[in-house]
Ligand binder design. Sequence first.
Ligand code: IPM
Ligand code: MN
Length: 358
Amino acid sequence: MTQKSYKIAVIPGDGIGIEVVAEGLKVLEAACKAEGVSYETVQFDIGGERYLRTGETLPESILEELKGFDAIYFGAIGHPDVPPGVLERGVLLKIRFALDLFVNLRPVKLYRGVECPLKDKTPDDIDFIVVRENTEDVYALDGTAFQPNTDNEVAIQPAIYTRKGTERIIRFAFELAHKRAVDKNKSLKVTLVDKANVMTVGHGLWRRVFEEVAKEFPEVETEALYVDAAAMEFLLHPERFQVVVTTNLFGDILTDLGAAIQGGIGIAPSGNINPGKVSMFEPVHGSAPTIAGKGLACPLAAILTAAMMMEHLGETKVAQRIESAVEKALQTGKIRSLEAGKMGLSTKEVGNLVASFV
Ligand code: IPM
Ligand code: MN
């Protein structure tokens, strides 16, 4: 049997994306070599610099090309000279929509050796995953402005929820609960987070679909929380969560909170997934232009993102090897903090340290 060689598209993007992706690729290479997994990468020049040079965000030809890869490994986009929204909508959201990456998977896991900002919480308390819907909500529509910049200005920023879109993400969450029960011995529980007490139409749909799908999984414990209460619970009782399923915007906000309780945005990975299809993996953090190019950024999020990518491709051993190398690196105590500039090591040194444990 000839061995499969994966084709991975790499989009380092802007700012610290470039530095952290380099470390992620370093660790990926070591792990794939150790497991005898082969792959090739193609780098794409996408991001703020390209936009400023050419006026292009993501050319259609590149979008088409991306569809021919097994996965996309993404750094970050966002450039201080480009107005907000241009690159976000033109690159990141465009890929999410074009590839129908309806799942945004964001693990919230406190690793041993990482300082938790929550008093008395340990790695046993913080190990859950947020399943963020990724193609609907306020992200899917452009708003409408009437008489902008006048006293009569009206701004309409609508959100959309479809039954199909709601059902597929909720079903994914239940299936994931089962997978985590098998793989990680987790208890079978799914928490829905919404604002059904105010967004009675849109999130009313979410509630109904959640209850319908839950009936197919009677063995799974379920609960529904309003997002305000959920935010509080993330801080007070993170141990109550196993799988959290939520809407796009709430998921965006809650996963920054999630990143904070797992020790910081520097260690939070994510995957934009369409099961079985080409999917895109990116750290939760952005391009952080103020610290870019100085070796101050923590590459652990990007490194763990590479692990998620390999897990998605079915290369569980590679994924585990990367994750356990991160765990070992953290346990050396050499990484003093995950906060940019306070690590006590440079971005590259952290990458080297992790690679040395692969
Ligand atoms: C994220 C980011 C994006 C989002 C932005 C950059 C569009 O915050 O991936 O969490 O809101 O989804
Ligand atoms: Mn975000």
